[in-house]
Design a protein around this ligand. Sequence first.
Ligand code: SF4
Length: 321
Amino acid sequence: MKPRVGIPRALLYYNYFPMWEAFFKELGAEVVLSDLTNKKILDDGVNCSVDDACLPIKVFHGHIINLKDRVDYLFVPRLISVERNEYICPKFCGLPDMVLNSVRELPTVIDCTINLRNSYSSLRKAVLDVGRLFTSDYRRIYMAYRKAAQNLKFFEELMENGATPLEAMRGCHSAKGEYRYPIGLIGHPYNIYDNYVSMRIIDKLRDRGINVITQDMICSTELDRIARGFSKPMFWSFGKRIMAASRYLIDERQARGIIYLVAFGCGLDALVGDLVERRIRKRGIPFCLLTIDEHTGEAGIDTRLEAFVDMLEWGGAKECL
Ligand code: SF4
């Protein structure tokens, strides 16, 4: 029987799942996903994680509980840096420890460390360490990694052509429609693309004829070019992408407004949100900051979204909501 590797449908699932899936499948494993986020997953996550964790970390714990009794391994990588000279949120560094200390009776946790800040050597080590759990054939591990990298490239190209991660995972290019004007939707991928957490914000905007552009739909080289023009280098990879995307959307895509979806309790969003909002205010572009947590009601989000869209359509008032 094939070993079953569980991958939680949370956090960086929206950035890397096609790569992880290909890697494990090429090594002969069966990949098992947790269910789509639902009330039980959220409640389980809230109940077992530490109080001051942000919403996405709580949701991640809920997905671990949803998966743990169905798999032989749980994939919870320890991510420190995913780009040269940059870091990601410290919560990702401690994620395997948080899970191991908060959830009981876990299967083997694959907690390889990825730190690309100075070099790619930790990636090579992680690939080999994880690969050796399934085979002693180094060539097979290498080929699995190559296939995984190809899948990631294809997935990112689909997103840069306008697909959300979920559409790209299905191999779709993007939801085609008769859109009337573009608006930017920025925020962490695990907030904006998880339909339960975001309350289907993308679908709701598209239903109103709006072309939703997220930071993942913008070519990475464009974002890097804009980031090089920041007055100071931004060393948080997520924050850099969000800030660069907000500038690109205003200056080069003529977005009629910007919505920033933030998770309550996120330190990075608190800082970046303020920087983004100040710049957008100066340009007189309508801006809407939507904060979500485990108590957020859908009716409240819908009301604010509708008010924002109505304002854009009534002539683009320059006030922020
Ligand atoms: S960046 Fe913010 S939302 Fe994401 S894991 Fe860190 S604290 Fe949570």
